[in-house]
Design a protein around this ligand. Structure first.
Ligand code: SDX
Length: 372
């Protein structure tokens, strides 16, 4: 059977799979996560409860929450082999490459690696939710020849993640802000990295391999790499008066402005950006931070006026990371750490209702050439 003529570049607007995990209800400006609104989840629940919802399909009872959290924290040991592997990577390597290497190393030690049952992949989910923050945080310390930081048993999951990055015990406000940031990044229907993960999983390869593919995808500047680029961009502008001329010059040069536009949110704001902007403002305490907030809102106004584009999550998440004292090169690895809950949920769903992804092509090359 020849392929149909229904070719959509970048699969724009194409429904690629069925899922009960999430849906971007653009008409109602709602990000649906297993029936709940993501923004409401971020405001009222902690990240691990949302991770339970994503992976197990339901909000946890208090007992289930305690057991799930205990399971995750129980895997927050720092293994020698992973540290040894990471210490042998190039010192100027990208931290997303450290992350995908750490995941590949972890895979070789996972006893459930080739078992795709729901029980086995749940055990893997707990291991990964425990280990990924440690790989993310300690990749940074290893790359900068600093000692690794282990979790403090007195702190909760998100507070510990932030503590392992900065080496400083976060305030309650900082812990809550970071936890909300992890939740808004946890799941977003079918972005390139999630699609990469389910395409890879559809061959019935292991869950880690699907995550490594998603890591490579998320590193790209058109996708997860944008949050780092946003922060570098605004710092490069230096003063509020430079914001407009800086943007106008880039637009005149037909360059893309990181943090704006979205394949799905074409004509309305990204609901997550609205929450992150609110969080950014709550974290502003000094005149310098107030000036930074004004620079970001000035940029938003210019892009809206010049291109009719709205900020996406990355635009206002970047300054939240910044005010939490997180090094810029860790923004995308943290994005991945947060998204790991959604990715694992989609990979498990793919295993449970699998059909190998194998699209066709519209051929534009030569035909009927003859060998002499
Ligand atoms: C994430 O899919 C997801 O859900 C991803 C994500 C998630 O949670 O997983 O939301 C996370 O990846 C957010 C997006 C982060 N990326 C960036 O901020 C990079 C900058 N954004 C753009 O590159 C762009 O907006 C994309 C890639 C996000 C979407 O691009 P599309 O859908 O392919 O849109 P397009 O390239 O067809 O652009 C349509 C028009 C064009 O104008 P014309 O050339 O037709 O005149 O809008 C313009 C574009 O030039 N445009 C931009 C722009 N984005 C679109 N112009 C300047 N700057 C931009 N950022």
């Amino acid at each position: 059977m020849n392929p149909s003529d229904e070719y959509r570049p970048g699969l724009e607007g194409v429904v690629a799979t069925e899922t009960a995990i999430s849906f971007l209800d653009v008409d109602h400006e709602e990000i649906v996560i297993r029936g709940y609104d993501l923004i409401a989840l971020a405001r009222h629940l902690d990240y691990l409860s949302v991770a339970h919802l994503l992976i197990e399909g339901c909000l946890p009872s208090p007992g289930e929450n305690a057991s799930f959290t205990k399971g995750v924290l129980g895997h927050q040991t720092w293994e020698g082999p992973i540290e040894n592997v990471l210490r042998n990577l190039a010192p100027d390597g990208h931290l997303m490459d450290f992350l995908r290497t750490g995941l590949s190393c972890l895979a070789t030690y996972d006893p459930d690696l080739d078992d795709h049952s729901t029980d086995a992949t749940l055990r893997q989910a707990l291991r990964l939710l425990g280990q990924i923050p440690m790989i993310v945080a300690n990749s940074y310390h290893i790359k900068h020849q600093q000692p690794s930081i282990l979790p403090d048993p007195e702190l909760g999951y998100s507070a510990n993640f932030l503590y392992m990055i900065t080496g400083r015990k976060p305030t309650i406000q900082e812990s809550q802000a970071f936890d909300q940031l992890l939740t808004v990044y946890s799941e977003h229907e079918m972005p390139n990295s999630t699609f990469a993960a389910i395409v890879i999983a559809s061959t019935l390869t292991d869950l880690y391999g699907a995550l490594v593919g998603a890591t490579a995808s998320l590193k790209g500047p058109l996708h997860g790499g944008a949050n780092e680029a946003v922060m570098r961009m605004v710092l490069d502008m230096e003063t509020i008066d430079q914001v407009e001329p800086w943007l106008l010059a880039k637009l005149a040069a037909k360059e893309r402005i990181m943090g704006f536009g979205h394949r799905v949110y074409m004509h309305q704001p990204d609901p997550r950006a609205v929450l992150m902007k609110e969080l950014f403002q709550q974290l502003v305490h000094t005149p310098e931070q107030e000036n930074l907030f004004e620079m970001f809102t000035r940029g938003e106004m210019v892009m809206q006026r010049e291109k009719g584009l709205y900020p996406n999550l990355d635009y206002y998440a970047a300054p939240v990371y910044y005010l939490l004292g997180i090094p810029i090169e860790l923004y995308t690895p943290i994005f991945f750490a947060a998204r790991s809950a959604g990715l694992i949920a989609h990979i498990r769903e793919q295993y449970a209702h699998n059909r190998l992804f194998r699209p066709r092509v519209r051929y534009t090359g030569a035909r009927h050439l003859q060998l002499d």
